[in-house]
Design a protein around this ligand. Sequence first.
Ligand code: ADP
Length: 653
Amino acid sequence: MSFSKLLIANRGEIAVRIIRACKELGIRTVAVYSEADARAMHVRLADEAYPIGPAPAPESYLKVERFVEAIEKSGAEAVHPGYGFLSESADLARAVEGAGAIWVGPPPEAMEAMGLKAKAKQIARRADVPTVPGYDGSDDSEKGLAEEAERIGYPIIVKASAGGGGRGMRAVARPRDFLEALRGAKREALSAFGNDSVLLEKYVENPRHVEVQVVGDNHGNVVHLYERDCSIQRRHQKVIEEVPSPALDPELREEMCAAAVRLAREAGYRNAGTVEFLLQGEEYYFLEMNTRLQVEHPVTERVTNLDLVQLQLAVAAGEPLPVSQEEIALRGSAIEARIYAEGEGGLPAGGRLLAFAPPGGPGIRNDVGVESGDEVSVHYDPMISKLIVFAANREMAVRRLRRALEDYTILGIPTNLPLLRRIAEHPVFVAGETATDFLEKHRLAEPPVEIPVPEEAILLAAAGELISGRASAEPFAAGPWRHLGSVRLRYRTGEAEHWVEAERLGSNTFRLQLEEGESVVEVLAFRDGEMHAALDGNPVRAGFVLDGLEVRLSLHGVVYELFKPRPPTVDEVGLGGADAGGASLTAPMPGTVVKVLVSVGDEVEEGQPLFMVEAMKMEQTVAAPHAGTVRALPFAEGAVVPGGAVLAELEAT
Ligand code: ADP
């Protein structure tokens, strides 16, 4: 390769994915990071890393000068922009080349031509590629555009020519809504892209989104790597992508792929790019071309057995494409699901990842940019990872997707995993009949009514607490099952309260009594936020973290939150000999005093911790039931106390 050091002008999972490709090729990697990312995974994995400014992207990842400085400091010989941020910026491409480095992407001229939808549509027409009927001429007047809209026929769509990410786009159903939509689209386009030119298109009702991956080299070769079906979108943003598209037969596939190659040739395209189409029945229309690597490129890698990043690097280094069109075959079926840090309404969420354990097994690929313990910043795109499944056919790939989503553990921040599971189980998705209105039509994006916490989850929460040795259990002092050596745990889930009576049968085995039923839970493995257990002999895997007074548990892909009461006071653990003015605190069961937190004569406040007792390998804090003076502490630290012994005497003040 003609370069040995590459700078990645990006962050998150895509930076990590590029770093890994470079490692395999013996290319040294240079990461850049904002203040929010100083300890991020891509920084940890790169050979070198340079700070490029404060957390907000406009002050760091969107600043061309910062990258130029990092190229100069690091001596990087090439730059890969990833996707998003400045990946489609011809300015960055030129600045990189100006700094003497190789741009891993298309020529800046091709990026510029394709960056404006109107220009791109003109190139498409020259290449004899069908475009959505509409208007992309030079008349920019409100009157002229309104007339064009009438000519096209409603419904129509107004689009920012410089647009991306669905911004500056408005669908218009009726003529009388046109002007308002036009003005809104222009306003949004100006603030988002600094360019308010728009184009009009016929609104294609419920199309599929099918795109074709192309790669060109500097030697006149352009090949396609087949299609990706990205019809499942939320607010015009892709959520699930797959290949092959269930909507294409071999002839249509051949035709669309050939159209994409023609277009790339016409645009003087080199490196990797994606030609997007809307598909309605057998009719397909060019939408736009993305002049960069796509988020969903891994599905293409799986079915073609090619590494797109390595192809990009080879082409950028001036090498001819290592494969010919005839050698590129489409085998099997691959589906990608994007994992977003977001609440049920779709609002981005941030915070600390208490547990992050993607699924494993055959036919599973995880592209991730985070690990357990990492902070997810709200400054950037909320996508934290991608799950890619692969199987011999679509039916098996869908089954694999469902299984993998069930096995995905993410605790600490909300994610779209519940939405992905609803999609994976939906009969329309299973049948491969999704169009771009799929989520809306079937109301999948709306949060379901609250799912009650299953008994299994409560039992596993209790077992997790007990095995972790951090249970703040309440010694069991009353009730029909009273016997020494058992404790009880209390949880609140929504409005409901649950009691679990627990008895230790062995070092990892508990008998748990919940409401009416009794279960034996054996904890087989417990580490890194995950627990493997046998529940009455049935194996089960759950994500588990104890976060203050909250137990977060994920089971079959669903996250449950169980709240624990505050540590008990002596009133609750049971007192002996209480009288009007004082209290003696008695041990409800045999145990060991592990810590005495006060001395005789101390004035204590209500609720103040007095000592910690360990019983059944569980530590409990015993707190003062009321304010008072400590009159006696018969047991020192380390002392073994028999059940019923007086631990302290407290005189009320
Ligand atoms: P952006 O560049 O902002 O992502 P695109 O032009 O790529 O915008 O369109 C994004 C999505 O919007 C498409 O995948 C499709 O769902 C919808 N869309 C775009 N143009 C049309 C159209 N003419 N008719 C119907 N839906 C459209």
